[in-house]
Write a new protein. Structure first.
Length: 120
């Protein structure tokens, strides 16, 4: 998963410009993206932001009453986190691990207590 979105600072400047007739939005890049250091950066072109954005693996946790996710640039970091959480959680979530393109990589086996690789 890559997080690329319209730059909130530019959006605020555009609203300001509509109210005042100024042109302050020109000083802000249009696009923003999340880097691997979890900081937000900006870029004038969407293609550039998509190229520079970090590619995140995502572990989804689906509980009976809520859902959540944990992102990392390292698949190997998410696997033990998911395994340990699943082992101690009082309510066992359905976990899944997706690659940066959103394709399933693995899901834990409740009986084996290990991750089972997804069919490719």
């Amino acid at each position: 998963m890559k997080l690329v979105f319209e730059n909130p600072a530019r959006l605020r400047a555009e609203l300001h410009d509509q109210e005042t007739g100024e042109n302050t939005a020109k000083h802000h890049d249009k696009w923003a993206y999340l880097g691997s250091d979890l900081r937000i950066y900006t870029h004038p072109a969407k293609e550039g932001a998509e190229k520079l954005a970090a590619a995140f693996y995502v572990m989804h946790a689906d509980y009976e009453t809520a859902t959540g996710c944990v992102c990392s640039t390292s698949e190997n970091l998410l696997r033990p986190i998911g395994k340990d959480h699943h082992a101690v959680a009082p309510i066992k979530p359905d976990l899944s691990l997706s690659d940066p393109e959103g394709k399933p990589v693995a899901a834990p086996s409740i009986w084996e207590k290990e991750w089972a690789e997804a069919a490719q």
